[in-house]
Ligand binder design. Structure first.
Ligand SMILES: Cc1cc2nc3c(=O)[nH]c(=O)nc-3n(C[C@H](O)[C@H](O)[C@H](O)COP(=O)(O)OP(=O)(O)OC[C@H]3O[C@@H](n4cnc5c(N)ncnc54)[C@H](O)[C@@H]3O)c2cc1C
Ligand code: SF4
Length: 327
């Protein structure tokens, strides 16, 4: 680790954790699967590491009285993937959690950490002092950009958001509960991540002394069909090259509400809003699925080496919508 003289504290309560995080250079430690790698590789430094592991209120999955779910931020990806109610009512989330990383990492990694993890751009993870680290250029723009984004760069930074659970959470209109010195607040997951044009050095809206405490899923409406599909370079532990979370609510055979959210496409989970509008009040047949996939890629801005992602996404979206159509 490049970090000299690091204090390591195990907070006993949320209040204590927030107090510790208020001193400059402090970082939250949940499962550590991403944090420890970042510190080891010198991507950022920490003066104090604040472990949440003893705050039991942040663990576990509970049903809400409205019929939704509250998932504590420290719940592991394995627990999310294996939970009976998650699998039955929120299959896209169960699938996203089950396909993230490796079994060992899923046993250790938490859903809160999954939403807050740092991007995987190899320049950023390497020794390049790029814009996201406070430098003055993006090395990926003219460099090895095979795995970078098609949307949302703002001409600034071309990362793809790495989480496999976030697109599903956006598709289910989930919210993140955050606590800081000012008390708790709730933010839709769709508004939790930050585009590079808004702040190139931040991935989320969190302040340094704020903690994600839980994720709240609303009850799934009647007639909802949903899924997540992830394509990776090898059938191994890789992050998504292209992925899509879909949630469609049907009424009398017509699509009444749609969410189509991409992973591996943009610096945030990317909602295909034109596609969502296009499918409204239509039957989901083969023609609609093909046209919807085309519309989703209409405004893609490929770089020199990632043009292959455009037809890949088109195929993945069309196939997933056809799968939803079959019920
Ligand atoms: C080899 C490898 C492969 C991986 N593959 C995938 C993959 O395919 N898909 C995928 O989605 N992920 C993947 N990951 C990432 C990792 O598994 C997940 O990000 C994991 O869920 C992170 O959770 P954690 O608890 O270990 O987070 P930590 O490492 O503890 O934290 C990650 C970041 O989030 C912050 N943080 C954590 N919890 C909170 C909180 N409650 N409030 C505020 N800030 C918080 C930390 O300060 C840190 O910056 C991979 C990681 C590795 C090392
Ligand atoms: S894509 Fe973003 S993280 Fe990667 S080199 Fe460019 S500025 Fe840095």
């Amino acid at each position: 680790m490049h970090t000299p003289n690091v204090d390591y504290v195990r907070a006993k309560s949320l209040k204590e954790a927030i107090q510790h995080l208020s001193s400059k250079g402090s970082r939250v430690h949940a499962g550590g699967t991403d944090l420890l790698g970042c510190l080891h590789d010198g991507i950022f430094e920490a003066k104090k590491i604040v472990s949440l592991s003893q705050i039991n209120d942040l663990k576990g999955i509970r049903e809400t009285k409205e019929g939704g779910l509250r998932i504590g931020a420290l719940t592991t990806l394995t627990e999310v993937a294996d939970h009976k109610v998650v699998k039955e009512r929120y299959p896209a989330l169960a699938k996203g959690a089950s396909e993230a990383a490796s079994p060992q990492l899923r046993n250790q990694g938490t859903i809160g950490g999954n939403l807050c993890q740092k991007p995987r751009c190899w320049y950023y993870r390497g020794e390049f002092h790029c814009l996201r680290k406070g430098g003055n250029q993006c090395y990926a723009y003219k460099g090895e950009n095979h795995y970078h984004c098609l949307f949302g760069s703002g001409g600034v930074c071309y990362i793809v958001h790495p989480s496999d659970t976030a697109p599903a959470l956006v598709a289910y209109e989930a919210s993140v509960r955050i606590t800081g010195p000012g008390g708790p607040k709730s933010v839709p997951v769709a508004k939790f991540h930050v585009l590079p044009a808004d702040d190139v050095e931040k991935e989320t809206i969190l302040r340094p002394n704020e903690i994600v405490t839980e994720i709240v899923l609303p009850p799934p409406p009647q007639g909802l069909r949903s899924s997540y599909r992830k394509v990776r370079a090898r059938q191994s532990w890789d992050f998504a090259l292209a992925g899509v979370a879909v949630s469609f609510k049907f009424k009398d055979g017509l699509i009444e509400r749609a969410r189509v959210v991409l992973s591996g496409a943009a610096p945030i989970p990317w909602r295909c809003q034109e596609t969502e509008k296009f499918v409204l009040n239509k039957r989901l047949d083969a023609g609609t699925a093909a046209r919807a996939a085309e519309i989703a890629m209409k405004n893609a801005e490929p770089l020199e080496h990632n043009g292959y992602k455009v037809p890949l996404f088109r195929g993945v979206i069309e196939e997933e919508l056809s799968m939803i159509a079959r019920g």
